[in-house]
Design a protein around this ligand. Structure first.
Ligand code: NDP
Length: 332
C-alpha cells in the first residue's frame, strides 16, 4: 500500500500566496489490478512550480483541489508493457508524490536524452517553458535575422530561452531582470544588452539606451506598467507576443491603463496572446530542437532546485517573488 502526499489549495489566494493557503494531504493509493485501466504506479522525482498556477487556480480550481502542475516521474510498478519499471516520464497530475495512471497522459523523455543531462530539464528548458520560448518566437513574434528582440523576466525559465534562441536566430537581444546577479547571468548567456528594471532610474531611458532604434519583437512575460512603457518603443510593424503578465497575477484590484491603442495604431503593431499548448501537435519538433541545442552547448540552462516535497509552497512563493535564476524546480 502506497500513501501519496499531495498539496491542496486550502484557500483561494488573496493577493500574494501564503503558505497557509495550502494544505498537505495523504492519499491511500489502491493496488494495481491485472486487466484494469490503472496499470501504472509512479513516483514524482522533480516537480515544477510555474507562474501560471497563480491565475489558473482562480479561474479553474476550487478550494480543496490538488494544486495543478507537472512532474518528472519514475515508473515504480507496471502492468503495462509499454512502460518499463524505472522509466522516466512527464506527468500532469499536480503536486503529488505518487500517482496511478493508465499511461495515456504520460510523455516519455526523448530516447536520446543523455545520461549526463538532468531529467528535470524536461520541465524547463527542454519542456513546457522552452517550448513556450520556441513557438512564441517563431510563430508569434516571427523573428527574422537582424531584428531586435526585447524580453522581460529574462533570467527566468521562459525568458532565458527566449534570449538564447533569438541569438541563435541572428537577432540582437535586450533583456531585463530584477537583480544584478540576474543581469550578470544574462550577459553570460550572450544577451547583447541587459539591465535591472528595479534599479534603473527610468525604464523608458533604459530601453532607449539599449536599442536607440527601437524593437521589432517584444516577448512580454510581465505585462502592466512595463508593457505600457515598452510599446512606445516598438518599431513600425513590430510584433508583441503576449506570453504572460506576472506583474498582474497577484493584484486583488485590477490595474488601470495607460491604454495602448494609440501606439498600436500609429506603429501598426501586431499583438497576440498565446498559450503554448496551441502547438502540442508540434511538441516533438520543439523538444528535439531544444534538446539538440542544449547538448551542443548552444542553449545553456540554470535551475533553482528546492529540496523536499514539503517545501513546494515555499518554492512556488519564492519563484513569484523572483528568487529563481532559470527554472524553479522541486526535488522530492
Ligand atoms: P520565471 O522563471 O520567469 O519566474 C517568474 C519571474 O517573474 C521571477 O523570477 C521574477 O523575475 C519575475 N517577476 C515576478 N514578479 C514580477 C513583477 N511584478 N514584475 C516583473 N517581473 C516579475 O517564470 P516562467 O519563465 O515560467 O514564466 C514567465 C512568464 O511566462 C509568466 O508570465 C508565465 O505566466 C508565462 N508563461 C506563459 C506560457 C504560455 O503558454 N503563454 C507558458 C509558460 C509561462 P525578476 O527577478 O526578473 O523580477
Amino acid at each position: 500500500m502506497v500513501i501519496a502526499k499531495a498539496w491542496v489549495l486550502k484557500k483561494h489566494f488573496d493577493g500574494f500566496p501564503k503558505t497557509s493557503d495550502f494544505d498537505l494531504k495523504e492519499i491511500e493509493l489502491p493496488h494495481l489490478k491485472d486487466g484494469g485501466e490503472q496499470k501504472l504506479l509512479l513516483a514524482s522525482v522533480f516537480l515544477s512550480v510555474d507562474p501560471y498556477m497563480r491565475p489558473y487556480s482562480r479561474r479553474n480550481m476550487k478550494e480543496g483541489d490538488i494544486m495543478v502542475g507537472t512532474q518528472v516521474a519514475r515508473v515504480v510498478e507496471s502492468k503495462n508493457p509499454a512502460f518499463a519499471v524505472g522509466a522516466f516520464v512527464v506527468g500532469h497530475t499536480g503536486w503529488r508524490t505518487h500517482f496511478i495512471s493508465d499511461g495515456k497522459d504520460l510523455q516519455f523523455l526523448p530516447s536520446n536524452w543523455p545520461e549526463s543531462l538532468p531529467k528535470s530539464l524536461a520541465l524547463g528548458t527542454v519542456g513546457m517553458p522552452g517550448l513556450t520560448a520556441y513557438f512564441g518566437l517563431l510563430e508569434v513574434c516571427k523573428m527574422k535575422p537582424g531584428e531586435t528582440v526585447l524580453v522581460n523576466a529574462a533570467a527566468g525559465a521562459v525568458g532565458s530561452v527566449v534570449g538564447q534562441l533569438a541569438k541563435i536566430g541572428g537577432c540582437k537581444v535586450v533583456g531585463c531582470a530584477g537583480s544584478d546577479d540576474k543581469v550578470a547571468y544574462l550577459k553570460k548567456l550572450g544577451f547583447d544588452e541587459a539591465f535591472n528594471y528595479k534599479t534603473v532610474k527610468s525604464l523608458d531611458e533604459a530601453l532607449r539606451k539599449a536599442s536607440p532604434d527601437g524593437y521589432d519583437c517584444f516577448f512580454d512575460n510581465v505585462g502592466g506598467e512595463f508593457t505600457s512603457v515598452a510599446i512606445d518603443q516598438m518599431k513600425k510593424y513590430g510584433r508583441i507576443a503576449v506570453c504572460g503578465a506576472i506583474s498582474l497575477y497577484n493584484d486583488s484590484v485590477p490595474q488601470k491603463g495607460p491604454y495602448m491603442q494609440i501606439p498600436m495604431v500609429f506603429k501598426e503593431l501586431l499583438m497576440e496572446g498565446f498559450i503554448v499548448s496551441r502547438w502540442s501537435n508540434r511538441r516533438e519538433e520543439g523538444v528535439n530542437a531544444l534538446l539538440k541545442w542544449v547538448v551542443e552547448g548552444k542553449v545553456k540552462y540554470h535551475e533553482q532546485v528546492t529540496e523536499g516535497f514539503e517545501n513546494m509552497p515555499m518554492a512556488f512563493i519564492g519563484m513569484l517573488k523572483g528568487e529563481n535564476i532559470g527554472k524553479a524546480i522541486v526535488k522530492v
